[in-house]
Design a protein around this ligand. Sequence first.
Ligand SMILES: N[C@@H](CCC(=O)N[C@@H](CS)C(=O)NCC(=O)O)C(=O)O
Length: 213
Amino acid sequence: MLTLHDYLPSQNGYKVRLLLSHLERPYRTRLVSIFEGEGRSPAFQALNPVGAVPVLELEDGRTLAESNAILFYLAEGTPYLPLGPWQRAQVLRWMFFEEDHVQNGLASLRHWTMTGKLARRMPEVIAAKRAGSLKTLGILEQRLAEHPFLTDSGYTVADISMFAYISRAGEADVSLEPYPGVRAWIARVRAQPGFLDEVHPYSIDPHSSGELP
Ligand SMILES: N[C@@H](CCC(=O)N[C@@H](CS)C(=O)NCC(=O)O)C(=O)O
């Protein structure tokens, strides 16, 4: 059986849980207490030297880090990843966009907002991440106001990846009110068969108000 090394409040972890739920694929969870430094333990660093979850461990012991790489791997041969090189490149295009613009923007803001760390961050850094998040949402709105999903291949891992943090923008104090196309897309994702309607607040982890080691 697959093992997912995970931290429940992580939306990068949620992306993988969401796809596994769509695929109805059984897996076991191995929780990693990232704020207590478990990601820095030699045992975990052997799985991912970066020290971050999620990490997928296959039945034969091979391990794969990076949420978007895990999505791409698990989606192979399923309706969540198209076949053609051009179509796959479109999926990758949005997944790289997510990695670059969402993980470094909205995801950080959400983490700091939900764990009370905002006051410990430099105002210029917060302002830059807010401005970046609005720009990102504007780009998504342009696409999603005119199209049902991010690529022309229907609902794919590009949408699954993007949904994880974009759908939680309110938790970063970023309103989705000005983005009707994005909101309609969120509703479409939520209506997909096997949608996983379970997210976990940071408050389930008493260590999450501390800094990552
Ligand atoms: N680019 C990575 C980011 C992974 C990541 O930042 N994971 C966070 C939880 S959301 C983590 O484990 N942080 C612990 C650390 O970096 O020490 C991915 O997409 O998987």
